[in-house]
Design a protein around this ligand. Sequence first.
Ligand code: ZN
Length: 469
Amino acid sequence: MKIYNTMTRRKEDFVPITPGEIKMYTCGQTVYNDIHIGNARFYVAFDAIRRYMEYKGYRVRFVQNFTDVDDKIIRRASEEKITPQEVAEKYIRHTLEDTDALSVTRATVNPLATEEMPEIIKMVQTLVDKGFAYAANGHVFFDTSKSAEYGKLSKKQIDELEAGARVEVNPDKRSPMDFVLWKPDKPGDPKWESPWGTGRPGWHIECSTMAKKYLGETIDIHGGGQDLMFPHHENEIAQSEAANGAEFARYWMHSGIITSGHKKMSKSVGNFSTLREVAEKFPYDVIRFFFLSGHYRMPIEYSEELLASAQSGLTRIKNARGALAFIMENTEKPALSDAEKALLSQAERFPAGFEAAMDDDFNTADAITAIFELVRFIHSNTDVNNPGGVSRAFAEALMAQTDKLCGILGFDLSGPQQTDAEVEALIAQRQAARKNKDWAAADRIRDELNARGIVLEDTAGGVRWSYKK
Ligand SMILES: [Zn+2]
């Protein structure tokens, strides 16, 4: 497996610290609103990466925090007239519902900032004791001048950083580049006791503390959205390496942004969509398919046309699988012919192409291309109008291949599909109506199915249904 390491700006062979194991940390949500589709893309991208690593036989320990205390949460609490804790609980629930719907595997651990205060305070204290941090007026700041390698991830020049940091200068800071580890509470804020007075931690220190607590001082992979590279990830590195005296993460991975109208999606530009809004128009598996149709590091443009084209792509795969299922039920031939054996050995090139793409920095776009090549192969070597033309074993082998490749990307085509049972029931009703020569009822059922995007085909072997293209 090759991974593009943002730290070195190169693709590198992946070598884990402990053979067979991957310790991976990714920065999760600050839970004050429903996730937008840029967040959703990040979750899906790292889920596909994790699933592929597990497919390759690695045991993946995947830690992802929830930032559950923050200015934005406090502001939202006063808007919604509930407590900050209630805001956090509500949006943690929403985020998990949303990511579950996208078939994102839950993290091994989802630590919460508010539940890790003793460890956070201990790490801040270590930084003060080692001379990397200083207290001033209830704040504790990280002293970036003590960190010789500060800027090594983002590769920004110190003067460039200083110019950017001057926008908001806290008079207690020794340098505009220093950042906050602990801050005093304002009246009504959530607060915790600390050696520097009551208050709460800065955002960056959370991730450093949780990565250490749940994964150790040096982790294999740290991931996050590209927009977190600076200052968040830079600050995590500075804190962790100063406190632990050890390299923080061996590989840094960043997922790309989503644009809309070719501009970064953001609330201020007004081109912002929550996942829930998009899910009113498109099924979750289509949204997931849309995200994975692009390489995880590349920006992707969001538009309904592109989602519709993802929908028809996923439909093509589902239809090919549906055709195989139909053939398996209707063919009389159980065993492979010699010609089919030869074809199946040719078909080995599809999983090989899929793995080559995924081994090359998780190129899901090319991996999906390999699945489409398999779909074309299925169509050119089977005929749903002549289910007896191939053996059950042949259809079964091609179906197993389709399911395996789709499964690695998190598409479960084999599981009971919710619509299937309903559709089958309606088809049975229509068949019964036709038998009774109740043509009006039969047509009505056909129209109803049609309205749900299902088309029927009366073939020699019986009725076959598929999703409209
Ligand atoms: Zn983080």
